[in-house]
Design a protein around this ligand. Sequence first.
Ligand SMILES: NC(=O)c1ccc[n+]([C@@H]2O[C@H](COP(=O)([O-])OP(=O)(O)OC[C@H]3O[C@@H](n4cnc5c(N)ncnc54)[C@H](O)[C@@H]3O)[C@@H](O)[C@H]2O)c1
Length: 253
Amino acid sequence: MANISDGRLAGKMALVTGAAQGLGLAIARSFLEAGATVALTDVNEQVSAVARELDPTGKRASGYVLDVRSESAWTAVYDKVGAALGPIDILVNNAAMTISKSVWDIPADEWDDVMAVNLRGVFFGCRVAGRHMRERGKGRIINLSSLAGQRGGVVAGAHYSASKAGIIVLTKCFAQELAGKGVTVNAIAPAAIEGPMTKEMPAEKVQGLAKTIPVGRLGSDTEVGAAAVYLAADDAGFVTGATLDVNGGVFMR
Ligand SMILES: NC(=O)c1ccc[n+]([C@@H]2O[C@H](COP(=O)([O-])OP(=O)(O)OC[C@H]3O[C@@H](n4cnc5c(N)ncnc54)[C@H](O)[C@@H]3O)[C@@H](O)[C@H]2O)c1
């Protein structure tokens, strides 16, 4: 992949969900580096402070509270961001609840909560953005799936894995709807990315995990960010309905 600091997303406006931390924040950083203006959104109100840290001027990064479970919240924030920063060219549906639990122990309300955030939230995001982008005749939607959604979770719970599998087909549904309108819809399926969870793990455990990965190491959040920049750029216009695996070769199709 080419250097992302090449201004590939200059003049583009992006909205990222679940961007107060983790991969959402890393993707927002990569987009900024590639020249885009970014609206960081999250259910966590800290997102405004996080955005200010990225860009104290507020000209290229700003934070908005958005709970992805609500379609009316989506519409309100989409309109607000559009009025403040201009029409949205790129949407990244990243927000998620990650819960590890045995299939035997998942309570019904927890199943519903995970589906509401991870799958319904992505459905609403694609629908709200899709309508606007369809009208403009251009746009990019990127949905965060997971290795767990491709082969079932070992660590992640069945609710999480099922929601991530659902995202792959939802991506195809919206890709088919929007393919003729200049809008692409793709998924990224990461696995074993270094982050707060792996930093807390004992070094031997991380090394053991790395040995199970063909490339011999864990992935980095900047590698996920670079994948998002690739899919968001104009020259990825012939890629739609795809799932880009960022997994070090753990799962090959
Ligand atoms: N980190 C990994 O190794 C990994 C691997 C595979 C897939 N993924 C996927 O990447 C994405 C990000 O993962 P992460 O590890 O950075 O997660 P994370 O838990 O660190 O961050 C998730 C963010 O989503 C936000 N969020 C939760 N509920 C929300 C809601 N209702 N509305 C809006 N925002 C909400 C949280 O506040 C948080 O900021 C997820 O979709 C996850 O499934 C991550």
